[in-house]
Design a protein around this ligand. Sequence first.
Ligand code: TNX
Length: 764
Amino acid sequence: MNLRIVPFLFLMIMACKSPDTSSPINKSLSVTPKPLITNTKQGYFELTKETVFICNDSSSKVVANFFIEKIKTVTDLSFSISIDTTAKNSIKLTKEGTSNFGDEEYHLSIEEQGIQIKAKTDKGLFYGLQTFLQLLPLYENDKMVLPIKIQAVEINDKPRFVWRGMHLDVSRHFFSIDFIKKQLDILALFKINKFHWHLTDDQGWRIEIKKYPKLTEIGSKRKNNDGSYHEGFYTQEEVKEVVQYAKERFIDVVPEFDTPGHAIAILAAYPELSCHKDSYEVRNLWGVESSILCAGKEETYSFIEDVIKELSALFPYEYYHMGGDEVPKDQWKDSPLCQDLKKRKGLKDENELQSYFMSRVEKILSKYQKKMIGWDEILEGGITPTTNIMSWQGEEGGIKAANKGHDVIMTPAKFCYFNFYQGDFKVEPLAFGGYIPLEKVYTYDPIPKEIEEDKKKHILGAQGNVWTEYTYKDETIEYLLYPRIIALAETTWTQKENKKYDDFLNRLHEAYNILDYNNIEYHIPLPEGPTSNKIAFIDSVNVSFTTTHPVKMVYTTDGTNPDANSKVYADTLNFTKNTDLRIISILKNGKMSAIRNISVVKEKPLAPVTLSKESKGLLMKEVKGYFTNVTEIKDTAKIRTSAITKIKDANTTYHWGHEVNKDNFRAVFLDGYIDIPEDGVYYFASAQDQVWIAGQLVLNYNTPLKKHPIESSIALQKGKHKLKIVYLNNIAKGWATDWNTVELKYRKASEEDYREVDENMIFH
Ligand code: TNX
């Protein structure tokens, strides 16, 4: 059944019952982001079917209608708009007496006689109504039966920052306009007002430009290593649709056209814009690309102007993001045209050449009345006084720029990168890296203490960024975004003194209902603690769990999946026999996390083997071919056998984008023995496809989307045990960051830290 009609059907049933209106429904006054001033008053307003909206100008009518439509989809009630300002039982939108209000400020007054929302602008009225909606039991479908009593309250509210943003990279992976609209709806609810649309990058150009059709014909298609394609772009009509949709929700859409780096998708289409006129392919690996736009050619600037000209008809807002991040300058160093330009302009080095480049881009933008934003790298060679900075590498760039009087948007990776993990990476689904739990976003202050008092005004606000290298599905974006973007909404809207994390977590439960109603796949903290899904033990074992923020955990030990009625996890569990442990986190609204299924296994330590003859190191066998799964390796005719002394020395190929050559792919087997120092339970960790110990398949990655190591345990006696490591396509993804070497690590069950299986432990 269509989930959206469930609340409606439920209402129809409930409408037959007489509603309980004995006390106001919104006693808790839970609003997120938390308003500036909330004063509860005596009495209540009664919302009935006869309640009308009063608007005295046509643009506030548009705002009122937006909400009337919204309420209608949830309740099937259609309020009307009246021009009779004396109408009783009304919700009045007014701009009277607001000359001293800020643009986004509103006053919401709920009294017995009526509701009034006062603001200077339609945007202020819109936010007042968003707050009002959060006071209704709209998403608790059994309660929104009229009449209802709404607690009398006075809310005076305005944001701390003007820039409350969300960024989405649609180059690494493409996302549909329906998906984007769905997110804009939710962002507006939490008063986010900027959508930074990262439309171009090395891995795909995603917007139709009429003068340069090859940008999308060629630049929007990426050929993956396995021969499949990833592709997609937005037509100009679709872009207009998104911009209009955002406008109705008072969200500005800021396009990013990344220059002069992150540009190989452009060069694939128009190689003449590079310094070398090679032929290029849209990059199919993540990371930084060395081929960039040529600063020494006039054609580059004409191209940029032509594109900006078309963009300016689509994106009406004042700010345009022109990138400037991660620009390797080797091609400029080798280019006679760039070197000649450098000399003519008296530029000291390539950083100054990039400054020259960006200042020309800024001049082009100003022709179209646009202001330029660039990533903080552009500070390196100096910037023009009117350039705006987005500080991502850390806070330093933002501090430096603001203190010099530039406007700054804070997006430091260590607080604002929602492509990073929000829980233990060993337990969470694949993400980019890093670690930014909810609390870190919530407690982030966009104004670092190093900013001089009179320069604080230059911090426009902050933004959460979602880079999409490892997000293959819509749901993954939502999982990364929510609830962290709600924390960021409060960080950027609410005054610092008004914020309390515990209070936010309480209110978050109401926000979860809104997310549920809108079918958002948000993150629920997973039970953390054990990092492997098999826990071996010899006599008995203790297992403990925690979560990144407080949430109930429930579990079973009988092989059934846990639910709301399962046993509540309160303290460390002790096991003395084989157990199928299943544990989940469960929210107040009943929504459950993914299940962690852990086999707790009693084992007798396996006996070692005796070798008659041994040499140090392992044997490496390689089989030619590109494989997506170990089971595909049928023909085991090896191309080569050699001995390696360290696991790290094993054959790997670092595949650089367009240089990928299928002939280089191999499946690799490392064979030999591992010397175990003493009897006990051992944990092993590796990011390779398979690790076999003593004939047991201890680690089995089973997905090509590998990045971080997985772990498991096995009981072993002291001595030598058979060891086999298998990995596909010579791609070694090492320990977390060092992804170009093959690694195997181990620890004893009683130890915290892993150690490398080094050359003294391996034999063949
Ligand atoms: C750095 S942030 C980049 C992006 C990557 C991101 C991954 C920035 C300006 N450049 O190209 O996607 O890291 O976190």
